[in-house]
Design a protein around this ligand. Structure first.
Ligand SMILES: Nc1ncnc2c1ncn2[C@@H]1O[C@H](COP(=O)(O)OP(=O)(O)OP(=O)(O)O)[C@@H](O)[C@H]1O
Ligand SMILES: [Mg+2]
Length: 224
């Protein structure tokens, strides 16, 4: 039996590209890898769901991925009942409300088998990622003790100033102990309008800018 993968692009910080990268990966997996993909939008701001609503008028037919809006506490029930209907489920987790352990976020992290942590390469972002990375590491340890596979990686999003980004990557690997993807995503207008009806890998520019990242994610998360 094929097992459903549950992935989250998450960080306690807001505005680092969680929803954007979720949509880019989800649509590419659906289109290029023929996966049945669902995005569970657990953000009370419902950014992915609103994005879909705004796109419905622009496109005929169905989006490449399904989107459902769910309160965090109801996600477990949803996964139990409908999880097996999908190859890959992305949980879009909202930013955390404060620095203390946010129970809804922690609960959602435990439901995943893979977490990707976007970081924007400034000193502050790197520091705030420290707290979040320890939550993810804790979840990973506990899940591994129960014999579940759990993978997590950080990656640099909105990569622009090489020096800053390289420094951030070093701090994340050496001080925070967060394994990092080699590929990063550049700060590009291309990434600001992800569509739920189209895959970014269907254009030459999209392939050039997104495919190395996409391929590394597939490889590191062991998605065939
Ligand atoms: N690689 C990128 N290049 C250019 N713009 C980007 C990139 N990644 C994200 N953005 C922009 O940054 C803003 C925040 O992105 P997004 O909403 O995905 O972040 P988020 O982490 O989901 O935020 P929130 O915490 O509010 O849910 C958006 O305007 C998005 O278009
Ligand atoms: Mg978001």
């Amino acid at each position: 039996m094929a097992t459903t993968r549950v992935i989250s692009i998450a960080n306690q910080k807001g505005g680092v590209g969680k929803s954007t990268v979720t949509m880019l990966l989800a649509t590419a997996l659906a289109k290029q890898k023929k996966k049945k993909v669902l995005i569970l939008d657990t953000d009370s701001q419902a950014s992915v769901s609103s994005w879909l609503d705004s796109e419905r008028n622009l496109y005929d037919g169905e989006p490449l991925v399904e989107v459902e809006s769910y309160q965090p506490r109801k996600v477990m029930d949803f996964l139990k009942r409908f999880g097996n209907d999908y190859d890959v489920i992305f949980i879009d987790i909202p930013r955390m409300t404060d620095n203390s352990k946010d129970s809804a976020t922690v609960m959602l992290l435990y439901m995943c088998d893979s977490v990707l942590i976007p970081v924007i390469g400034s000193q502050l972002d790197v520091l705030s990622t420290n707290n979040f990375a320890s939550l993810v590491k804790e979840a990973a340890e506990e899940k591994k003790n129960l014999d579940f596979d759990y993978r997590y990686f950080g990656f640099i999003n909105r990569d622009n100033q090489r020096k800053d980004n390289e420094q951030a990557r070093k701090v994340l690997v050496n001080k925070v102990g967060l394994p990092m993807l080699d590929a990063s995503l550049k700060d590009l207008k291309l990434f600001t309008t992800p569509s739920l009806y189209e895959s970014i890998l269907d254009t030459a520019e999209g392939r050039r800018r997104f495919e190395p990242f996409f391929n590394e994610v597939l490889k590191k998360l062991k998605i065939k």
